[in-house]
Design a protein around this ligand. Structure first.
Ligand SMILES: Cc1ncc(COP(=O)(O)O)c(C=O)c1O
Length: 425
């Protein structure tokens, strides 16, 4: 197929022709050639309840017949107001909300809020940011600056502002050194803060799971330690829940689950249930009040054409209805993952098995790194078994839609065992 489309994260030279998807339902994608694939990664971690979830589809259709879009400055509408009230209701320490349209822009907004928060108060000396090694916060320049330096950011190094990175104390099942790693990371942060604490505006962190870094997981105690140190030095904490939000880590949001209360929080991906681009940056009253002033220069001059799009908000409200049902639709997945991972724990070619809520990951020994040649081979082997998986090098992860059935999950784990054993043969 000679398509004009330039695909994301794809070396187009020699790229295999993309698979054409005709339709989708629940956890299944149907291709034009009739093949069916289980979507084991929720199509880049967005599809929460399954594809074409009927309540969300109906909510969008109904909204499209009423109000499809309206300028968001000086105007508002019921879905945006209700969604903001419900989201801030779940996160009462963050009573203010700014809409945008994807994870990167949610992060850009957070970055600008944190920077201008200090400037508006005459503390313009707080200009530096802290982040975690390996972090991924998006592909716009500010979000890239806050992300760990990698093959993603390399070409743009000259455009990025400097950020101080703190080691990320990743852990896994059976790890006996988590505490030590955590202590070293916190000591590193403490050292930076002691030396130049008054120069930092904020630190950003993906709570509990670093997604694009390779589904790296940390203990809640680390995040609590980070929060304590930042508070002692008056530095703001930004929680990037673009990936972890909406049940992914086993709680509706990872920050409260981990016992931390960031000053600013970014949401996107699953916000609309995976139907439409929508994002939100929430903040504390303290942050918000620093922008309320007689001086027009204290305004947050930021916005997007589709800010608070009514269709996205209607989808998000329908998704929240589903997420708020009891028991929550994501609650069972961690137990299912643990049962299946137990079978693989002694596999000679696998290591660092880990799970956090609905997210599970494991690594093929000796195949670390995003560009490891094993990645495309694994992807192909899973495709041949009817599974959409997108291993990062030799790191295989599952981020399934919550509607995934038990026998589908069993099939995925069997395929992983078979493919990995086959590699070694
Ligand atoms: C933690 C985190 N923040 C931000 C982003 C960027 O989101 P988007 O791809 O919607 O711009 C991502 C995307 O994977 C992410 O995982």
């Amino acid at each position: 197929m000679n398509s004009p489309i330039w695909m994301p994260y794809t070396q187009m030279q020699g790229a295999p022709a993309p698979l054409v998807v005709r339709s989708a339902q629940g956890a299944l994608l149907e291709l034009e050639d009739g093949r069916r694939l289980v979507d084991c990664i929720s199509s880049w971690w967005v599809t929460l309840h399954g594809h074409c979830q009927p309540r969300i589809s109906a909510a969008i259709a109904a909204q499209a017949g009423r109000l499809e879009q309206v300028i968001a400055a000086g105007f508002t509408h019921a879905p945006a107001e209700e969604l903001a009230r419900r989201l801030t209701g779940h996160l009462p320490f963050l009573p203010r909300l700014f809409y945008s349209d994807n994870g990167s822009t949610a992060v850009e907004v957070a970055l600008k809020m944190a920077y201008q928060y200090w400037r508006n108060q005459g503390a313009g000396g707080r200009r530096r940011f802290l982040s975690l090694e390996g972090a991924y916060h998006g592909d716009t320049l500010g979000a890239m600056s806050l992300s760990g330096r990698s093959v993603f950011t390399e070409a743009f190094g000259g455009l990025l502002f400097p950020v101080d990175f703190v080691p990320f104390p990743q852990t896994w099942m059976g790890d006996g050194e988590a505490e030590e790693r955590e202590g070293l990371a916190l000591a590193h942060l403490e050292g930076l803060l002691r030396r130049q604490g008054e120069e930092y505006a904020a630190m950003i962190a993906e709570p509990l799971v670093q997604g694009a870094a390779g589904m790296r997981m940390c203990r809640p105690s680390f995040l609590r330690g980070v929060q304590e140190l930042l508070r002692a030095h008056g530095v703001l904490l930004i929680g990037d829940e673009v990936f972890t939000g909406f049940g992914r880590t086993g709680g509706l949001f990872a920050c409260p689950l981990a016992g931390v209360r960031p000053d600013i929080l970014c949401l996107a991906k699953g916000l609309s249930g995976g139907f439409l681009p929508l994002a939100a940056t929430l903040c504390s009253e303290k942050v918000y009040q620093a922008f309320c002033s007689d001086d027009p220069r204290h305004t947050l001059y930021h916005g997007h054409s589709y800010t608070a799009n009514p269709l996205g908000c209607a989808a998000a409200l329908a998704s929240l209805d589903l997420l708020e049902s009891q028991p929550p639709p994501y609650a069972h997945l961690e137990g299912w993952h643990r049962e299946e991972l137990r079978e693989l724990v002694d596999h000679p070619h696998l290591c660092r098995l880990r799970v956090c809520g609905t997210i599970a990951a494991l690594e093929v020994r000796g195949a670390a790194g995003y560009l490891h040649e094993l990645g495309p081979r694994l992807r192909q082997a899973f495709l041949e078994r009817g599974l959409l998986l997108r291993p990062l090098g030799g790191m295989i992860y599952l981020v399934p839609p919550y509607c995934l059935e038990r026998d589908q999950l069993v099939r995925i784990y069997r395929a992983i065992a078979e493919v990995v054993s086959g590699l070694a043969a």
